[in-house]
Write a protein that binds this ligand. Structure first.
Ligand SMILES: Nc1ncnc2c1ncn2[C@@H]1O[C@H](COP(=O)(O)OP(=O)(O)OP(=O)(O)O)[C@@H](O)[C@H]1O
Length: 453
């Protein structure tokens, strides 16, 4: 069984062959290099874990080589083979990042235990790096924000510039436009990315629960508060707190939040002690916050604290060119584990997607694609896989359709019949069993325009 890959950098053939024998018998895979040049090539091309390196090599000094190895391959551990009594070399080797040194010929019995200890360190460091990467990958990053249109690119650029700073960010945009995805991407690209990202939807709780969720409480602060509880502000210490629907936060909590932003201090509900905290706040709203300020529903001072960087996220309607790209992204993503027979979308399907209004923005687009995949029996998503209301291109410009509102249903039905008759109103009136005059009146009333499709 292979234990690890070891590179022997030694120009003396006898020493190298002896070491190779010992290590191979132990189960290590041994790579050999007589000089730094060959060693560098092997390091670049093989998955080396450990290096045993001589000091005096034909094309350079092994002690200096250590710094280069460590800079390029931080997880490789190096043990230096020094000449007997050469203390300065050994000291310098450790300074340059070597795991340890052994004295050639004298320390043979130390080699294996030392290699095993170095290998433990390699494994541990690789594991830590892997866990750190997993932690960072838990959240969206800028690569997972799809879109090439100017409006989304500008939003992304601004967010990328703000990310490494600690500045609060205010994300404005309709529901489903990607505010939370942006908040996560900002966190992922910030120096806080190894710490927590916590999100709270301020509209999901009444005032008292929201206060306790945010600030935590002391035992006995209110009925049912049996134990001390940490709030999200405390839990997110050193990380990022994402406050969604901030416009829904009651005014007195807004004042408390402002205090946290200004002083980095907060008090738990039922407590008197100030606690220090270090958080970055990203807030989001789909409301017209200026309007809320004018109506006295949102504190202006909090707004100015939060809007140091304000990012407007475009609705999907404002970036229709991105719809094919997003659709393709979702099809790829969703067919990775399921619906694998589906390989793509027909042009007509994409075209229909581009013509929809997408009031629910990207969330709605994703749901429609997932639903289409569920009902798709072929290899391509086609128009008949779309929900009925999307199968017919409606250019109904007025209010959004509601599945329950009778007039919406009538409007949609008339529109479909008109599509069926290719705009022939006399024929449509006959099919609908109404007079042409009634049909004209309804077309006018419902502002039904001729379909361009
Ligand atoms: N640019 C994007 N690229 C890819 N996926 C996106 C993008 N923007 C949003 N999404 C996806 O769309 C869905 C909705 O996004 P998100 O939850 O961030 O919206 P939101 O604006 O926070 O909505 P709400 O206001 O309702 O909370 C998620 O599934 C998210 O992964």
């Amino acid at each position: 069984m292979t234990i690890a890959n070891v590179l022997l950098v030694e120009d003396e053939n006898d020493v190298r062959l002896l070491l190779k024998r010992v290590l191979s018998l132990e189960g290590f895979v041994v790579y050999e290099a007589e000089n730094i040049k060959t060693a560098s090539k092997l390091l670049a091309n093989e998955n080396i874990d450990l290096v045993l390196c001589d000091v005096k090599l034909p094309d350079g000094n092994g002690v200096e080589f250590i710094s280069k190895i460590k800079a390029a391959f931080p997880y490789v551990e190096i043990i230096v083979l020094t000449a007997y009594g050469n203390i300065p070399d050994s000291v310098q080797a450790i300074k340059n990042g070597a795991f340890d040194y052994i004295t050639k010929a004298n320390d043979n019995q130390r080699i294996l235990p030392l290699l095993y200890r170095a290998l433990e360190k390699v494994k541990l460091e690789k594991r830590v790096a892997q866990l750190e990467k997993q932690a960072a990958d838990r959240y969206a990053n800028f690569d997972s924000i799809i879109g090439k249109s100017l409006s989304i690119t500008q939003a992304k650029t601004l967010a990328q510039m703000a990310a490494p700073t600690d500045a609060p960010v205010l994300l404005l945009g309709e529901t489903g436009a990607g505010k939370e995805v942006f908040a996560q991407a900002i966190h992922s690209a910030s120096k806080r990315n190894m710490k927590t990202f916590l999100g709270l939807n301020c509209s999901a709780f009444g005032k008292d629960i929201l206060e306790s969720e945010l600030f935590g409480h002391k035992a006995g602060a209110f009925t049912g508060a049996n134990k001390d509880k940490k709030g999200l502000i405390e839990e997110a210490n050193e990380g990022t707190l994402f406050l969604d629907e901030i416009g829904e936060m009651p005014l007195d909590l807004q004042a408390k939040l402002l205090r946290v932003l200004e002083t980095s201090e907060f008090i738990k509900v039922g407590d008197t002690k100030q606690l220090k905290v270090n958080i970055r706040v990203i807030a989001a709203t789909n409301r017209d916050i200026q309007q809320d300020i004018s109506n006295g529903k949102f504190r202006e001072d909090l707004f100015y604290r939060l809007n140091l960087v304000t990012i407007n996220l475009p609705s999907l309607r404002e970036r229709q060119d991105d719809i094919p790209l997003l659709a393709e992204y979702f099809v790829k993503k969703l067919t990775r584990d399921a619906y694998q027979q589906v390989k793509g979308m027909t042009n007509a399907f994409v075209d229909r997607l581009q013509k929809n209004e997408w009031r629910g923005n990207i969330r709605e687009l994703r749901n429609v694609i997932e639903r289409s995949l569920i009902v798709c029996r072929g290899t391509e998503l086609s128009i008949d896989n779309l929900p009925v209301e999307l199968q017919y291109h409606t250019t109904l410009k007025s209010n959004t359709l509601s599945a329950f509102d009778l007039s919406s249903v009538e409007r949609l039905h008339i529109h479909r019949v008109l599509q069926y008759t290719k705009g022939n109103k006399t024929q449509a009136a006959k099919l609908l069993n109404i007079s042409s005059a009634t049909l004209y009146r309804k077309i006018d009333e419902y502002k039904i325009e001729e379909s361009q499709s």
